[in-house]
Design a protein around this ligand. Structure first.
Ligand code: GLN
Length: 667
């Protein structure tokens, strides 16, 4: 069920095979199990979501079902919702509860969708890595040490990990497409003006556009059908007849002209990304499309132009957060001016402050002509490049981003490096054009690569048709990380553990032995079992996790299942008591002080941990020496990863946790 497309969910709900309450509950459970690690959601309110699901079931029973009735969707926390707070990823709006719904939210409500929660994002949508959120970074499910892209990173991760069937996002300079690319999902930025900006917290009004994030192009089309539409409350909302964006699904690619801009295939783009994109283009050619070289000569100027214009508009839009009207207000201040200054210094993070400063500067007297006006002129040239190109081709294909996901922390202190990520996604919004990203393969590190499809204004149906065709012939969009692939809905308790289970090696024999040892060891630590049982939700020890694991031997790879309990013992104890996601020293002290973890437990666990880690390490070394695929986790999609590095990282984490446990008990 969690892997279903929206179309399949519609059918299942219509046929009564599942109720909205069940479906919503399944996703909420999934969020509970996974999101401690990924941080994709800022706000989840199970009662609200389930109440909406009950209402949806009742509507269906009355025969009043709409196109999305009962389907739970996650919303980027930039869309104002009455039911859930709207933070925009900022301390400024940490407690903000909107008195109205955004137009997009209203449209989804009319269609019957259920709100699953509000997703994490870069603060005020400013960022390409989701690290600028006041609520902490979102992690990439393909490798938790990497960023998921931004600013709609929470939505992309929720969809990639099946915590939500689909989600909303917004794109100003790439914030739907780039995170979609970096997490292996699909995202569409519609033509400017197609989706109302009413109730979407404003960043750069001439660029901002809401759009869908989903697992397949066909799902994007269904969602756009709901999201698009004229709204008099947004003065830039376009008045055009309603369109059915699914109408070109199944179109023939024969004779389609595909423009390839030289500027998108040059140096500076990872060879691994280019290889996947070229292979996708070859597939389009195999279907009878032909490629046309085109020139988008001003591409290199897009980033500087954007980073003048977007901050300029942001500096004006964000002036409303002054501590008077709504949002955060500083506690201590001398006078009104002091109140403004302190409020904004406290409420906004570093990146947002940087944008406001840049924006105010480029709009200021004496600099306006030199920066802002120049940037506006170049924006016209960029739009002109596209207009000329679309005289020669129907669609433009290229990479969505120059690289796959990068490490958390790698670029956050270097704004220029960070901004360069957006080189291929910024041009389309500058020209108001629609653009989408779909998965098209994996690089040598096993990370997803995005293919970007751009089209002329209002070419969404055509673009979606082309993307759908590609997805009928390929399965990149269906791939999930190994640990997720194995996780069935009823394996929820195991999912969390798979995530930690990176360095598992060895044969099934070793797996069996480790597994048996773990069970035996665990039975010597009754307190632990009690805690574990609490965590898995009412299952009684020793039938809780271990029982579940054994009963699933048919489905769970035993090589991994073997080590799973041990790794999870350490992690579970440290992380899950009190259901917190992070094993900070303070948290551990708290656990110890609560008396729920005895000294014997901690010592036993430390012993198991040391013993097993030594064995795994040894096995891993043997595997590496013998050239054996170290494990499926370290060989994603047939691409070997740096096994030793990931192992070392895992060991470090475990060591930290175990030291923390020892310290907690001693202290
Ligand atoms: N990464 C770009 C920025 O930081 C785009 C963000 C967006 O599209 N909202 O502004």
């Amino acid at each position: 069920m969690l892997d279903s497309t929206l179309g399949e969910l519609q059918a299942a709900l219509a046929a009564g095979r599942i109720s909205s309450v069940e479906l919503t509950g399944l996703h909420l459970e999934r969020i509970r199990a996974l999101d401690g690690k990924l941080n994709a959601f800022i706000t989840v309110d199970e009662d609200t979501s389930l109440a909406q699901a009950r209402a949806a079931d009742a509507r269906r029973a009355r025969g009043e079902a709409g196109p999305l009735t009962g389907i739970p969707l996650a919303h980027k926390d930039i869309f104002c919702t009455r039911a859930l707070r709207t933070t925009c990823g900022s301390r400024m709006l940490e407690h903000y509860r909107s008195p109205y719904d955004a137009h997009v939210i209203e449209q989804f409500e009319r269609a019957g969708a259920v709100q699953l929660g509000k997703t994490n994002m870069d603060e005020f949508a400013m960022g390409s890595s989701n690290e600028t959120s006041y609520f902490g970074p979102v992690r990439n499910p393909w490798d938790a040490a990497l960023v998921p892209g931004g600013s709609s990173g929470g939505s992309a991760v929720a969809v990639a990990t099946r915590m939500a069937p689909a989600a909303t996002g917004t794109d100003t300079g790439g914030s739907i497409r780039q995170p979609a690319a970096l997490t292996g999902v699909c995202g569409l930025k519609p033509t400017y003006g197609l989706v109302s900006r009413y109730g979407m917290v404003a960043f750069a009004s001439s660029l901002d556009q809401g759009g869908p994030i989903a697992r397949a192009a066909a799902d994007l089309a269904l969602l756009l059908n709901v999201m698009a539409g004229h709204d008099a409350r947004d003065s830039t909302s376009l008045e055009r007849p309603k369109e059915d964006y699914t109408r070109e699904l199944g179109l023939s690619l024969r004779g389609m002209r595909i423009g390839l801009p030289g500027e998108y295939f040059g140096e500076g783009t990872d060879p691994g990304v280019l290889a996947c994109v070229r292979a996708a283009i070859a597939w389009f050619e195999s279907q009878g499309a032909h490629t046309v070289p085109i020139e988008l000569a001003h591409t290199a100027l897009a980033v500087p132009v954007y980073y003048v214009l977007a901050p300029a508009e942001a500096s004006s839009n964000l002036s409303r957060f002054d501590g008077v009207r709504y949002g955060h207000r500083a506690k201590d201040y001398a006078d009104l001016l002091d109140m403004y200054c302190r409020t904004r210094a406290e409420g906004f993070g570093v990146e947002v402050q940087r944008r406001i400063l840049v924006g105010t500067y480029v709009l200021s007297h004496g600099y306006y002509d030199a920066y802002y006006l120049q940037a506006q002129k170049v924006r016209r040239l960029i739009a002109g490049d596209f207009a000329a190109a679309f005289g020669k081709c129907d669609l433009i294909l290229g990479p969505t981003a120059p690289s796959t996901a990068f490490a958390i922390g790698a670029k956050i202190d270097d704004p220029v490096q960070m901004y360069l990520n957006d080189i291929f996604t910024i041009p389309a919004p500058l020209a108001g054009l629609p653009a989408l990203s779909i998965p098209c393969g994996f690089d040598a590190k096993g990370l997803p690569v995005g293919l970007q499809i751009m089209g002329p204004h209002f070419a969404e149906a055509l673009m979606l048709g082309a993307a759908h065709g590609y997805q009928q012939a390929t399965d990149w969009h269906r791939r999930v990380h190994g640990w997720l692939q194995r996780a069935k809905p009823d394996d929820l308790m195991n999912i969390d553990i798979f995530f930690d289970l990176m360095p598992v090696a060895g044969d099934a024999q070793l797996g069996h032995r480790l597994h048996a040892d773990a069970v035996a060891a665990a039975s010597r630590t009754p307190t632990f079992l009690a805690l574990l049982a609490e965590w898995v939700g009412g299952l009684r020890p020793p039938l809780g996790m271990f029982g579940a694991l054994r009963s699933k031997e048919g489905r769970v790879d035993l090589k991994r299942g073997g080590l799973m309990p041990i790794v999870s013992i350490a992690r579970t104890l440290a992380l899950r008591v009190g259901s917190t996601a992070r094993a900070t020293p303070d948290r551990l002290r708290e656990v110890a002080a609560s008396g729920r973890l005895s000294e014997t437990d901690a010592t036993t666990l430390a012993g198991i941990h040391a013993d097993l880690m030594t064995r795994v390490l040894r096995q891993q070394l043997i595997d590496l020496e013998e050239g054996v695929r170290p494990s499926s986790r370290v060989a994603v999609n047939g691409q070997p990863r740096n096994a030793m590095r990931s192992l070392a990282r895992q060991l470090r984490t475990l060591d930290e946790i175990m030291n923390g446990l020892r310290g907690a008990v001693a202290g």
